[in-house]
Design a protein. Structure first.
Lengths: 189, 305
């Protein structure tokens, strides 16, 4: 029973964690000079959903996360919807082609996604209101932001993994290893 | 229908995922929208966190500045204290100069008032004995100071030069037991000789019992003796003791000069058109312009006759 309740609370809890993360991001990292090292918490959570959730659930959560991000931003309505959804779909597509299964690959995807997200975001903004300044500002912080994103993703993914384990959304490491072994055996290795 | 929905579920969802953002994007206004109900719920949840983090951040930064930066503050404080000390010294020095300037200005005015030529000197020492009240000034023969020259301040008579060296001179003050100055009561013109008595009191001797002398009367120098110009203040009568018998009366005088604060004095080299004699008791009597008085009145105690 507890397991079912905790599992049911996983989604709302993730939304609350996102809200908390956005609050930390906007308050703590909104100050100089930390503003230059501001990670995108929502992006990390969107990636987590892309990796660890079903297509529908992950997509819905991505919308909700984008909504939370938009609440805390003056960005034109729907911009983050498109950006985050683009990242979500792209990562899910990439996961079909590439082997993305451990933390290091997650972090690599997070770094690449950060670059893509910013490019996508600026592209949308450019379409809405063409200004050179947006590009210039984006380029200044593109790779620094990606590095920070990778660093933050390393820790946030680990915390989210623990969160999923404690809310019974993820299988225990032992069970997971057994399953992998079984899978490998069934494939003839 | 349900069968198709199940079969193309993925594509339908994908289509919706792509469609919803396009629909929601508001390209016409491009302005932040108003909060909806669920937006307000989210903001209600996140705002306290933001406020708390901001407060903590501010407190941390403030604490860092207040405590860690105290190292710099301590160093700055030491530097400022040093500077403050230097400035206080400078201020004290300036105040001293200002006071000196005021005193010298008064001396100058006094000099002009009495048409005197004088040498300004600084008191550099006082008598080694407490029974005698001589002072030493930093001007001597090289500066033109000679024996028996009158020494005054803007307040009144200080004394006369007792002896000189090349660079210093000893001055017998009117408080000294060896001093005797011809004096006139300014109001009644009664005469006498002011002699030293204590650290802050002189006595007027040889004043006749019948002379009109009252407490508060001002005494000025007479011309007898030839040392002091006439009319220089000596002091104020502070006590009068007149017995029913005898020839004289006992009169105490409080000097007009505050000897406890004496710093600069003027050595008079010339008064009016009269050049003071080097030694009035040794042949300079022709310069004495006042009428003669009994010898006892002009006698300088202890001075060579």
């Amino acid at each position: 029973m507890t397991r079912i309740i905790l599992r049911a609370l996983n989604g709302p809890g993730l939304i609350l964690l996102t809200a908390f993360g956005v609050a930390v991001q906007t308050s703590l990292f909104g100050r100089w000079p930390l503003s230059y090292f501001q990670p995108d918490v929502v992006l990390i959570l969107v990636l987590w959903c892309a990796f660890q959730r079903g297509f529908l659930e992950g997509g819905v959560l991505t919308f909700l996360f984008a909504e939370i991000a938009e609440i805390h931003s003056s960005v034109p309505q729907g911009t983050f919807f498109i950006s985050y959804m683009s990242v979500y779909l792209l990562v899910r597509g990439a996961a079909q082609l590439l082997v993305i299964r451990d933390l290091s690959s997650y972090v690599t995807v997070a770094v690449c996604s950060s670059v893509f997200f910013k490019l996508a975001n600026v592209t949308i903004l450019q379409l809405l209101a063409p200004t050179l300044e947006v590009w210039r500002n984006m380029i200044y912080l593109l790779f620094l932001g990606a590095a920070v994103e990778g660093l933050a993703a390393f820790w946030v993914f680990r915390w989210l993994e623990q969160y999923d384990l404690r809310t019974f959304r993820a299988k225990r490491n032992g069970e997971s290893a057994d399953e992998e072994d079984f899978q490998l055996q069934s494939e003839g290795f | 229908m349900i069968k198709y929905l199940k079969e193309y579920r993925f594509y339908i969802i994908l289509f919706l995922f792509l469609l919803i953002p396009v629909i929601t994007i508001d390209t016409s206004t491009r302005a932040p929208r108003d909060y909806r109900f669920y937006d307000r719920v989210i903001v209600t949840l996140t705002a306290p966190v933001q406020i708390t983090i901001s407060w903590l951040f501010d407190q941390t930064v403030s604490g860092f500045q207040n405590y860690i930066y105290l190292w710099n503050t301590r160093r700055d404080n030491i530097a400022l204290l040093d500077e403050n000390r230097r400035l206080l010294n400078a201020i004290a020095s300036l105040r001293e100069s200002e006071q000196e300037n005021i005193r010298l200005k008064k001396l100058l005015q006094f000099e002009e008032k009495f048409n005197l030529d004088s040498i300004v000197a600084r008191v550099v020492a006082k008598d080694v004995s407490t029974d005698f009240r001589a002072i030493r000034i930093n001007r001597g023969e090289r500066s033109g100071v000679k024996k028996n020259m009158a020494v005054i301040t803007n307040e009144g008579i200080v004394g006369r030069v007792l002896r000189t060296t090349a660079h210093t001179a000893d001055v017998v003050t009117i408080l000294d037991l060896l001093s005797a100055v011809d004096a006139i009561v300014e109001r009644s013109r009664a005469r006498g000789v002011v002699e030293g008595l204590t650290d802050d009191t002189c006595q007027l001797r040889y004043a006749l019992r019948t002379d009109d002398i009252q407490i508060g009367d001002i005494l000025v120098s007479g011309a007898l003796g030839g040392v002091f110009p006439k009319g220089i203040p000596i002091g104020v009568v502070s006590k009068v003791e007149r017995k029913p018998y005898g020839i004289t009366q006992a009169v105490d005088v409080r000097p007009s000069v505050d000897f406890s604060r004496l710093e600069e004095v003027m050595v008079i080299t010339r008064a009016g058109s009269d050049v003071f004699p080097v030694d009035p008791f040794a042949g300079g009597s022709e310069l004495i312009m006042a009428p003669p008085v009994p010898a006892s009145a002009t006698k300088t105690k202890g001075a060579p006759q």
